[in-house]
Each structure stands twice: as structure tokens, then as C-alpha cells.
Write a protein that binds this ligand. Structure first.
Ligand code: SF4
Ligand code: FES
Length: 267
């Protein structure tokens, strides 16, 4: 295949970027998209030009590092990660636009590499459980209903790639945050911090400059792991419960106190 790529080049976080055009000839249709970029970089290096900076690690669809906007779509034409996209998804002679994730909370470091540290800070704000140290507990010590285990596992497949943010017109990271809330909130081990978790993670999400969710659904359309919008409903239910009832289990709400009315002593 012979293709042309138009790639976002930006020397550093403060420089003005622009699209640069490169012809890439003799590409195999069996190459992954990242291998095509490797070939282009090899050619750029050999002729003394600065190679294009882009992120990748596992190249197996599991680490979430390889986010690129390809022809205006996060991860490109297939609902998968960029590393799992192959050149056979394009046609000989195509011109392909390649840009970094676009979101205020993901500043560009160089070319196609963005800083996704905001996701780490959201996790630090609550995406964990407290577990006693010591020897491993018996595997059946804490029974988990099969349905909950399956749904928690599905939510845990979120790889933190950030495609949901890049696709959202609001630049919201609610799908990512909701996947973590759902994963831990469905398991017994996640219950002690369930409500402080949702408050902390959503506060950090907002502090990082991510936008709010308005149920547009672009996030789920590009999510390579199929995290559903329903997870955001679950996050919202936990958040409302935490903020209004201090985390008592929905819908068993704590009594609403009226202005000026003394609370009945608990007997
Ligand atoms: S929810 Fe999906 S798109 Fe968003 S970070 Fe997780 S895997 Fe990526
Ligand atoms: S490089 Fe790890 S998911 Fe693509």
C-alpha cells in the first residue's frame, strides 16, 4: 500500500503545533497502525529528521497507552485500540489524519503524546480498597454472587486509554471514572470506601478540568472495552446517595432533617 499521513507535530507543550504531511510507500496491509508509524519513523530517522513521538507499550490491547485520533475518531475506524488496528482497514492511496487526544485535561507533551496523569490522580483519589496484609485469604472466604462478579469484571476491563475523553464533546472522563466505581462498588471488598470513593474520585475528576457528562454517548461508541453508559448511572446513584444520605444504602435513605427540627434521639 502507498498512503499519505497528515500528522500533528508539536515540539513541546508550549510550541504551536501543525499538521505535517508524509508519504508512506510500500506498507503491508498486515502491519498494525503502530508498525506503519514505526516504518515512517525509521525513514525519518535515516534521513536525519525528528521521528514522530507517540505512545505504546503492550501492543496487545491491554495497557491503554496507544491512544491516537485517526481520521477524527478516537482509535480510528474500528472500536478497538490503535495497536489492534491494521492497515487493511484503509485503502491504497488513502490520506490518513493522525492527531493526539484533544482534551484540556490531557495536555500535549510532544507530537502525539499527551499527559494522562489526570487519570492517575483520579485513581489516587479513591480507586483502591483497603485490605489487611498477611497471608492470602482462602479463595471462598468472601463469597461474591456470580452476577456481581461478572459485572465487576466487565467494568475492570477498562484500560484507562482515555478514548472516552477524546470522543466526548464535553471532554468528560465520566466513563473511565464510572468503570472504576462500578468495578470496586460491586464487590464486597469495595464496600468500606464505596461512598467516600465516589465523592473523592468525582471531585478529582472535576478538579482536573474534565467536563460533565450530558449523556451524549460518544464515549461508549469508541470505548475499546465496551464499558456501557449504565456505569455512569451507577456512579450517579452512588454519588447522590453519598451526598444526600451519607452513603446509607439506596433507597433506604437516612431521615431528611427539616430546618429547626431537633433530631429524634436514636434508641
Ligand atoms: S472507559 Fe473505555 S474508553 Fe474510557 S478509558 Fe476505559 S477503556 Fe478507555
Ligand atoms: S499499546 Fe497497549 S493497548 Fe495499545
Amino acid at each position: 500500500m502507498n498512503i499519505t499521513v497528515r500528522v500533528w507535530r508539536q515540539a513541546d507543550p508550549y510550541a504551536n503545533g501543525k499538521m505535517a504531511i508524509y508519504k508512506v510507500d510500500d506498507i503491508s496491509e498486515h502491519m498494525s497502525f503502530l508498525e506503519m508509524l514505526d516504518v515512517l519513523n525509521e525513514r525519518l530517522t535515516l534521513r536525519g529528521d525528528d521521528p514522530i513521538a507517540f505512545d505504546s507499550d503492550c501492543r496487545e490491547g491491554i495497557c491503554g497507552m496507544c491512544g491516537l485520533v485517526i481520521n477524527g475518531v478516537a482509535h480510528g475506524p474500528l472500536q478497538t485500540t490503535t495497536c489492534q488496528l491494521h492497515m487493511r482497514s484503509f485503502k491504497d492511496g488513502d490520506t490518513i489524519d493522525i492527531e493526539p487526544w484533544r482534551a484540556e485535561a490531557f495536555p500535549v507533551i510532544k507530537d502525539l503524546v499527551v499527559d494522562r496523569g489526570a487519570f492517575d490522580r483520579i485513581i489516587q483519589a479513591g480507586g483502591y480498597i483497603s485490605a489487611p496484609t498477611g497471608t492470602a485469604p482462602d479463595s471462598h472466604a468472601t463469597p461474591v454472587p456470580k452476577r456481581d462478579a461478572d459485572r465487576a469484571f466487565d467494568a475492570a476491563t477498562c484500560i484507562g486509554c482515555g478514548a472516552c475523553v477524546a470522543a466526548c464533546p464535553n471532554g468528560s472522563a465520566m466513563l473511565f471514572t464510572a468503570a472504576k466505581i462500578t468495578h470496586l462498588g460491586l464487590l464486597p471488598q469495595g464496600q468500606p470506601e464505596r461512598y467516600s470513593r465516589v465523592v473523592g474520585m468525582v471531585a478529582q475528576h472535576d478538579d482536573e478540568g474534565f467536563g460533565g457528562c450530558t449523556n451524549i454517548g460518544e464515549c461508549t461508541a469508541v470505548c475499546p472495552k465496551g464499558i456501557p453508559l449504565e456505569s455512569i448511572s451507577r456512579l450517579n446513584r452512588d454519588l447522590i446517595n453519598a451526598l444526600t444520605h451519607g452513603g446509607s444504602h439506596w433507597p433506604k435513605a437516612a431521615p431528611v432533617r427539616e430546618e429547626g427540627v431537633e433530631e429524634e434521639p436514636v434508641v
